[in-house]
Design a protein around this ligand. Structure first.
Ligand SMILES: Cc1ncc(COP(=O)(O)O)c(C=O)c1O
Length: 409
């Protein structure tokens, strides 16, 4: 179900028209649908109900505290990659026994805090990291639950910049190194090897790479003869950013995982980010100017790459819709751009677009994942507000950064 959609030519979030919201909140701002968030989580959980995974929402995709609390209430755990994410997860009330800690560069401070909090697994990515965790665990007189991240040398068909499963990437350990490290960890007195983790990248819309991953894991298990209590399959499940984009067959993925689990005594962990939050938000922006230059219509928005980096970083396409649809814009070559002093500060281009004028607002769609979490103060612009809609009600879930705060450091 889509909770953010055009209703009688008005862009709406649940029961509220965006036109009403822009009268209340200063643009640009992120606007989320709570029902969409819950719906996505339940869709994911229900698709995989036969394998009963632990669902650890990947906080890097969106770390808004209110959203994390909502996810915790409906049963989510968390996948974290930094001390900040870990502390936010626990502040949101997520049980540490449902938190996995990933990342290639965990510092001593981060490891110490993760051990003290008692997270479910610290997913190790190198031999040096294993030794450090063992040393700290010994100092703290603990035996710590760890996983090891496998680099399966499987390339998920996705944007090169968000692909992590190839053997030349920095992530995880390739087959032989993985096996050797597992043997070493088994001998480390303060580590308890309980998990194997993988994550081959993001925005993957075919189940084929996931099938290959499962087959590599099977090979690894056979070779090591280790009964991993937890098999953490990471995230990566893609969403449709446009109507013609292919949708992944989650039911089929579940069947594959169920088959994989046969004769194993393991629990599956998933770390979905984008699937849970991707389509829950729009970035609402105002048109500051319409500039005609060299046969182009530049629609200059008050939102830029500091608010939504994905187009500049990954050439990602996010559809843009007028908050009130009015027939076709007569101009050609309509380029939505931001105000930032970088030529990569551009959003989508259209041949035709709904009639718009300076002062109108538009919504940049599907920005719930890696939208706000990748935003910055670049060009010394404030971090914008986040608004949550629930049915016919709305509230601020992150205040817009004040100019005073912005200039004080
Ligand atoms: C280790 C790990 N787990 C999970 C995710 C979440 O991925 P996605 O948002 O594509 O589900 C990422 C993101 O890249 C990741 O690096």
């Amino acid at each position: 179900m889509n909770y953010i959609r055009l209703r009688k030519n008005y862009l709406s979030v649940e029961n509220l028209s965006v036109q009403k919201l822009v009268k209340k909140y200063k643009t640009p701002f992120y606007c989320y649908s709570l029902s969409q968030l819950k719906d996505n989580f339940f869709t994911f959980r229900d698709c995989f109900k036969t394998v009963k995974p632990i669902i650890c929402f990947s906080i890097k995709s969106n770390s808004n505290l209110t959203l994390l609390k909502e996810l915790r209430k409906i049963g989510s755990g968390a996948d974290v990659v930094s001390i900040g994410e870990l502390l936010k997860a626990t502040k949101a009330g997520i049980n540490p026994k449902k938190i996995v800690f990933s990342g290639v560069g965990k510092t001593e401070e981060e490891i110490r805090i993760a051990i003290r909090k008692g997270v479910l697994l610290i997913n190790i990515e190198s031999e040096s990291e294993a030794s450090l965790i063992n040393k700290i665990s010994k100092q703290l007189s603990k035996k710590v639950s760890v996983g090891v991240r496998l680099n399966p040398n499987v390339i998920g068909k996705t944007n090169k910049k968000i692909s992590t499963g190839g053997k030349d990437e920095k992530f995880g350990l390739v087959y032989n190194d993985f096996i050797n490290l597992c043997k070493k960890i088994k001998k480390m007195k303060n580590l308890n090897l309980r998990g194997l983790s993988v994550h081959i990248g993001s925005q993957i819309t075919s189940i084929v790479p996931f099938k290959k991953v499962l087959s590599v894991i099977n090979k690894v298990i056979k070779k090591t003869n280790i009964n991993f209590e937890f098999i953490d399959l990471g995230g990566g499940i893609g969403i449709s950013y446009s109507k013609n984009e292919k949708k992944i067959n989650l039911k089929q993925y579940c069947k594959m995982v169920a088959k994989f689990l046969k004769n194993k005594n393991s629990r599956i962990i998933f770390e979905p980010g984008r699937f849970i939050v991707g389509n829950t938000a729009i970035l609402i922006a105002k048109i500051i100017y319409i500039k005609r230059s060299n046969n182009k219509n530049f629609i200059i928005l008050d939102a830029g790459m500091n608010n939504l980096l994905r187009p500049a970083l990954y050439d990602a396409q996010h559809s843009i819709v007028a908050i009130k649809k009015r027939g076709k814009f007569l101009g050609k070559n309509i380029k939505f751009v931001g105000p930032i002093c970088e030529s990569t500060d551009k959003f989508s281009t259209y041949r035709t677009f709904s009639q718009i004028k300076e002062g109108d607002c538009v919504g940049i769609t599907n920005v719930g994942a890696y939208g706000m979490s990748l935003s910055s103060n670049y060009n010394t612009r404030p971090i914008v507000a986040e608004v949550l809609v629930n049915g016919s009600t709305h509230k601020i879930i992150r205040k817009r950064q004040s100019l005073e705060n912005l200039v004080n450091n």
